[in-house]
Design a protein around this ligand. Sequence first.
Ligand code: AMP
Ligand code: ZN
Length: 300
Amino acid sequence: MYDIETFYAGLVEHGLILPTGIRGGYGRGAVFEKILRGFNELVSRTAAPDGAEEMTFPPIVARTLIEKVGYMNSFPQLAGSVHSFFGNEAQARDITSRTQAGERWEDLLDITEVMLTPAACYPVYPVFSGLLPNGGRLVTVLNWVYRHEPSDEPTRLQSFRMREYIRVGRSEDVVAWRDAWLLRSLELLRGLGLAAQSDVASDPFFGRAGKMMAANQVDQRLKFEILVPVISEEKPTAICSFNWHQDHFSSKFGIRNADESLASTACLGFGLERVTLALIKAHGYDPQRWPEAVRAQLSL
Ligand code: AMP
Ligand code: ZN
C-alpha cells in the first residue's frame, strides 16, 4: 500500500522524523540517522577498493561558481541564495520595527558572496583545474544540499544529504566507470531487499528551452537513475543518479588530461534520506524487525 499521508504519519509516530513546520525540512530522529549512517558506511566499504580521495566542503558555494557553471540558466527555480544585512543603525532599527509590526523587511538585506550548495559535487570541479595525473582522479564527498522544492512528500526535501563519487579523466574511462557503478549500485540496493530498477533520466531544466535540454539529455543517455517504489507504485522514487557531464565542467574549469586533451567528468549521487526512506518503506518502521541479512549489512 502506497499513501503519502499514512507513510508520513507513520514516520512521525515512530520518531523517525520530527516535524518542524517547514515542508521538506523535517528533523531526523536517532534511528533514522542510524539507518542513514549504516547505508553510507556500506557504500564506503563497497567502494573502498577504488581508493577515492575524500574531501569535505561546507554546504555553501561561491556565488561566482554558481554563475560560472550556468546554474541560474538551468535551474533558477531550485536555487537558494544567502543574504545578510550590511546596513547602518537606523536601518537595523527599521528591521526590528518592521518585524514587530509583521511587515516585510527582506528588502533591507543584500546578497552575500555565497549560495547554498545545490549538488554535493559542485565544489569539487574547481579543485581539478589544470593537468590531471595519468588515469585521472576519483573523489568522494558527502554534503548537505539545498533545493527549493517545498513539498509534503516525505521523499522530497529542501535540504538533504548526497553521498557522491566524482570521476574525471578520459571520456571512455569516465563512461565505463559510470556504467560499472550503475550495475554495482543495483546489486547493492537489491542486496538490501529493495525493488530497484534503473532507467534513463533527465534533470528538471527550467522553462521551454529546458524541455529541449532534458530531451537531449535522454537521447544521449547522459543521466541514469535507480528507482524504488516508496510513496507510489506507478511513480517510483529516484534514490540515486549517475551523470555524465561530457566536458561541461572541464571546459569551464580548464581540466585537462595528462596528454593536454580536455577531460570529461561524471558523478554518481546517493540521496541518503531517500535510500533511508526506501528501506523503511520496504522493511517497516522498526529496524529491529528487519531481515537479519539487511541489518547486518547496515550494522543495525
Ligand atoms: P540529482 O542531482 O537531481 O540527480 O540528485 C541526486 C540524488 O539526490 C537523487 O537521485 C535523489 O536520490 C536525491 N534527491 C534529489 N532531489 C531530492 C529531494 N528534493 N529530496 C530528497 N532527495 C533528493
Ligand atoms: Zn554530482
